[in-house]
Design a protein. Structure first.
Length: 444
């Protein structure tokens, strides 16, 4: 990067850089000549007018037509056992634990919240939370939070709404982990079909940018970077209009929570995100609930938050129950149970919450049963449906028995695993993961 400093501060700045192992050298001086000049071995190789550079070169124009925006329609199924299990098996919903286990999430010893939470490690975290990778990080309260948002189904029908909801989803996940939405900065990854000169094709990225911009302005959040590609075409196949929102924020380690149910007797609340008449998110309602959640996480009243997406309220509740195998008794509007509703949230609290935007829908139970309205579902049956879809593609390394003996003055550990296959590989994997997790700040 280039940094402009006062000449009297040059040496001081260079010393600061050296302290951070950064090489900084003087490469240019600011002049009042009105020209940019570059020299190589004493020879002038560039001499351009500043006025010319200010023109940004040749301008280009493109006609754009936004005529692809449709009313977003998502399938809403009747809530019953068959539909509930089928949606847990859906590829957009099902567990990807086997894929996650291929990667060591604790590299660097900075992980604050593991990707899968709870005693049984089966409730997916809403994003990533890391301490700063510096000496003495364990004593530092500041953490970085990161998340993402995108829905291909919505974006294919209406790229403007798809982008706005991508922003909302990424922001909601930061809030669900204990972050302050006002600290968030965004980065967008965009991917569209090859545009050529077709005005209708150009309308898709323009509408996406307008949707993201609308969300940014209304939430008061800036985008600090991004990347785009207009090459998603092969013969007659095109990628759907894609704008993925990545959200990052700083936060306080003591405020970080994970989304699995924590204790029987806790209250379960539902924030139902009711969109504007235009279909755009209700930003005022979202900002109000984000602030409320942040304050009540800090006070210790709210102990878990889960975002609602595919599968609606029922799937969100099921995922919250998996981590600790805690059930719940729920009474909720049938229309919300299996319906996609980005922006909605499920909240677990130690005590009653006073907020007119929240609906008290139930209570956490230590029963092993998730009771939603008149349907009782054994959590183990729900877990089986949830984990079966990708098991052949990404097998999970489940163990029947693990015995670990930690030696006080030695680095050796013994690990006993009963497994039908790949015993040696799994032993090394779990031994490595266990030893790494001893240095990681875990969520209680």
């Amino acid at each position: 990067m280039a940094v402009v400093v006062d000449p009297k501060d040059k040496e001081k700045f260079i010393k600061f850089c050296e302290a951070e192992n950064i090489v900084a050298v003087e490469v240019a001086k600011v002049t009042d000549s009105g020209r940019m000049q570059m020299f190589w071995k004493g020879d002038k190789i560039v001499d351009l007018s500043r006025a010319f550079l200010d023109t940004n070169g040749c301008s280009k124009s493109q006609e754009v037509k936004i005529n692809h925006l449709e009313e977003v329609k998502t399938e809403t199924k009747t809530f019953n056992e068959e539909n509930f299990l089928n949606i847990l098996k859906d590829k957009n919903v099902a567990s990807q634990k086997g894929l996650l286990e291929m990667f060591d999430s604790s590299v660097g010893g900075t992980t604050v919240a593991m990707p899968l939470g709870g005693k049984y490690q089966q409730t997916l975290m809403e994003g990533s939370v890391q301490t700063l990778p510096i000496l003495g990080a364990k004593d530092i309260k500041t953490v970085s939070l990161a998340s993402w948002g995108f829905d291909a189904e919505i974006s294919k029908q209406n790229s403007l709404l798809g982008a706005s909801y991508a922003v909302v989803e990424s922001v909601a996940k930061i809030v669900a982990m204990g972050g302050d939405y006002k600290n968030i900065r965004l980065s967008f990854q965009e991917y569209f079909e090859k545009l050529g000169q077709a005005p209708e094709k150009w309308g898709k990225p323009l509408a996406s940018l307008l949707g993201a911009y609308d969300a940014q302005i209304n939430l008061g959040l800036a985008a600090i970077g991004g990347k785009d590609s207009m090459s998603g075409t092969y013969q007659d196949l095109n990628v759907p209009p894609t704008l993925i929102s990545f959200a990052c924020a700083n936060g306080d380690k003591q405020n970080i929570i994970s989304p699995e149910f924590k204790a029987a007797g806790n209250k379960v609340y539902f924030f139902n995100h009711i969109v504007q008449e235009s279909g755009l998110p209700n930003y005022d309602a979202l900002k109000d609930i984000y602030e409320f959640i942040f304050e009540n996480i800090k006070s210790g009243k709210i102990v878990s938050v889960k975002t609602v997406k595919d599968g609606g309220v029922a799937v969100a509740l099921a995922k919250m129950s998996f981590g600790n195998r805690l059930g719940a008794e729920i009474n909720a509007d049938e229309n919300t149970l299996l319906a996609k509703n980005i922006g909605s949230l499920i909240i677990e609290a130690k005590e009653e919450l006073s907020n007119t935007s929240l609906q008290l829908i139930g209570e956490v139970k230590d029963s092993g049963i998730l009771k939603i309205n008149n349907l009782d579902s054994d959590i183990l049956n729900l877990v089986s449906a949830y984990t079966g879809t990708f098991e052949n593609l990404f097998p999970t390394a489940e163990k029947e028995k693990i015995t670990v003996e930690l030696m006080k003055d030695q680095t050796q550990s013994t690990l006993e695993i009963s497994s039908s296959k790949n015993t040696a590989l799994h032993s090394l994997k779990y031994l490595h993961r266990y030893s790494r997790e001893q240095t990681v700040n875990m969520i209680p």
